[in-house]
Write a protein that binds this ligand. Structure first.
Ligand code: IMP
Ligand code: MG
Length: 182
C-alpha cells in the first residue's frame, strides 16, 4: 500500500471515540466494583485506548503491560503470536481485564488469553475498542467491544501503519484517491 497515493477517510472522530470510551469505562466500573482489578494493556497498539479507558474507570486498579508481536510491518497476521514482554505482578491475585486496540484474526487475544488463564487469575475478561468479526480465524469474542467495523485496514488512536500514525487522535482508513479530473 502506497499511502502517498491514498486519501484518508475518517471512521471515528475524537469525540465519537471519547463518548464510547466513557461508556465502556462506566460499564467496567459497575462490573468491577468490589473486585481487585488489574488492567493489562497489549502494547504497542492499545496504549492510547488504555490510557483513556483507565481514566474512565472510577475504581482502584493496577496497570500492567505486555508486548506481543505477530504483524511486524505487514498488514496480515502471521498467526504466530510472540510474547516479547510479560507482566510483572502475579495475576492470580487479581480480576484481570485484558485490553487490546483491535481484534482481527483473533490470534493475539486467543494466545494471550490462554496464557493468562493458565496462571489462574481470580477472573479474566477481555476488552477491545475495535472489532473486525468478519476477519476471524479463531473463535474469539471479547467481553467489552467498542465498535464493530468491516474488513478495512485502519490506523490512528494507537493503531499503526508501518511505524507511524499512532498519535492521530481519530481512527481512519486509507482509501483510493478520487481522481482529480473526473
Ligand atoms: P489479530 O491477532 O489478528 O487479532 O490482530 C491483533 C493485532 O493486529 C492488533 O493488536 C493490532 O495491533 C493489529 N491490527 C489488526 N488489524 C489492524 C488494522 O486494521 N490496523 C492496524 N493494526 C491492526
Ligand atoms: Mg497491536
Amino acid at each position: 500500500m502506497d499511502v502517498s497515493k491514498m486519501d484518508q477517510e475518517v471512521l471515528f472522530t475524537r469525540g465519537e471515540i471519547q463518548k464510547k470510551v466513557e461508556e465502556m469505562g462506566r460499564r467496567i466500573s459497575e462490573d468491577y466494583r468490589d473486585k481487585r482489578l488489574m488492567v493489562i494493556s497489549l502494547l504497542k497498539g492499545s496504549f492510547v485506548f488504555t490510557a483513556d479507558l483507565i481514566r474512565e474507570i472510577k475504581l482502584p486498579l493496577v496497570i500492567e503491560f505486555m508486548i506481543t508481536s505477530s504483524y511486524g510491518h505487514s498488514e496480515e497476521s502471521s498467526g504466530e503470536v510472540r510474547i516479547i514482554q510479560d507482566v510483572e505482578l502475579d495475576v492470580a491475585d487479581y480480576d484481570v481485564l485484558l485490553v487490546d486496540d483491535i481484534i482481527d484474526s483473533g490470534n493475539t487475544m486467543m494466545r494471550v488469553h490462554s496464557l493468562l488463564k493458565s496462571r489462574n487469575p481470580k477472573s479474566l475478561r477481555t476488552c477491545t475498542l475495535l472489532d473486525k468479526p468478519s476477519r476471524r480465524r479463531v473463535a474469539f469474542e471479547a467481553d467489552y467491544v467498542g465498535f464493530e467495523i468491516p474488513d478495512v485496514f485502519i490506523v490512528g488512536y494507537g493503531l499503526n501503519f508501518g511505524d507511524y500514525y499512532r498519535n492521530m487522535d481519530h481512527v481512519f482508513a486509507f482509501v483510493e484517491k478520487k481522481s482529480e479530473n473526473s
